[in-house]
Design a protein around this ligand. Structure first.
Ligand code: NDP
Length: 278
């Protein structure tokens, strides 16, 4: 994608030709049913068209309700959900997908991901995802929390490549090798916890760069991910923060400041660590 023309509507092509918005709303711990519905409706109102959920988040029903209630054509909205760890195996995965679809109240999902590379079962589950893709029940399939080793295993085994690998990715965990590997295999990287769950927003070096652009630290982190050509899904349950996080399309971070942000890398993780999963 050309960073000069980035907007909330910008989409990228996945390796199977499906278009995916580069910017979306994360929804883990989105709040009560009512709060979730309100937040998703608000995000739709201000132009969001991409939502990231998961069976594990327990909010598929509320997100589906808000989407269906918006009156926006289904095909204009991109929904990701994920297969939870307890639902692995060919038949169980198919059943779990049915439940997600039923709770969302939709006919299809845009992207279905394996949430975590569960040892011993992940490849069997992948066959279920392949079937869902062939049957037209999801438009694209992918994985989450896969390391290079997990991806190599999958690429050796299956003719169907994942379209996406959704992983923790921000300057404090700049997974350069994984990004390069995904790129060279035509797999899009998607950044979760792009705001470090808020834990590094008061970092002094980040703050200095943010001040230079008259932007917030959160906006700098989101823009950094976008300029890395990565799909990004910041989460907020506060309307003013959802608005703030979407105001990242009217400026660009210079090459020099991108380098300074890259240098914040310290292998700092805020979510789970898949590197120990065989
Ligand atoms: P984020 O890095 O997006 O940070 C979210 C936190 O930052 C919340 O506490 C939020 O609080 C706060 N916040 C949001 N915007 C601002 C702002 N502008 N200024 C200050 N604080 C802010 O963390 P997540 O872990 O939620 O990651 C994003 C999404 O990625 C998830 O919601 C989920 O959809 C996905 N994910 C996927 C995982 C996987 O294994 N595949 C793992 C983790 C996340 P508040 O809501 O109060 O504004």
């Amino acid at each position: 994608m050309s960073e000069d023309h980035l907007s909330i509507d910008t989409k990228v092509f996945l390796n199977n030709g499906v278009e995916m918005p580069v910017f979306g709303l994360g929804t883990y711990l989105s709040g009560s049913s009512r709060e979730t519905r309100d937040i998703v409706s608000y995000a739709l109102e201000i132009g969001h068209r991409h939502f990231d959920t998961a069976r594990f988040y327990g909010n598929e029903r509320d997100i589906g309700e808000a989407i269906r209630g918006s009156g926006i054509p289904r095909e204009d909205i991109f929904i990701t959900t994920k297969l939870w760890n307890d639902d692995h195996g060919f038949h169980r995965a198919l059943g779990a997908f049915d439940e997600s679809l039923r709770d969302l109240g939709l006919d299809y999902v845009d992207l279905y991901l394996i949430h975590w590379p569960v040892q011993g079962l992940r490849n069997e589950s992948w066959r279920a995802l392949e079937k869902l893709l062939v049957d037209g029940r999801c438009r694209a399939i992918g994985v989450s929390n896969y390391t290079i080793a997990h991806l190599k295993e999958l690429l050796d085994l299956s003719p169907v490549m994942p379209s996406i690998n959704q992983v923790e990715f921000h300057p404090f965990l700049y997974q350069k090798d994984l990004l390069a590997f995904c790129r060279s295999n035509d797999i899009r990287l998607e950044s979760y916890s792009p705001l470090t769950k808020g834990r590094k927003l008061d970092d002094l070096r980040l703050g200095e760069i943010a001040r230079a652009y008259a932007k917030s630290p959160a906006q700098i982190l989101i823009r950094w991910a976008l300029q890395k050509d990565v799909i990004v899904i910041p989460k907020s349950s506060r309307k003013e923060k959802i608005r703030e996080n979407a105001a990242v399309f009217d400026f660009a971070i210079s090459g020099e400041d991108m380098d300074r942000l890259d240098a914040l890398h310290g292998n700092f993780r805020v979510t789970w660590d898949p590197t120990t999963v065989p």
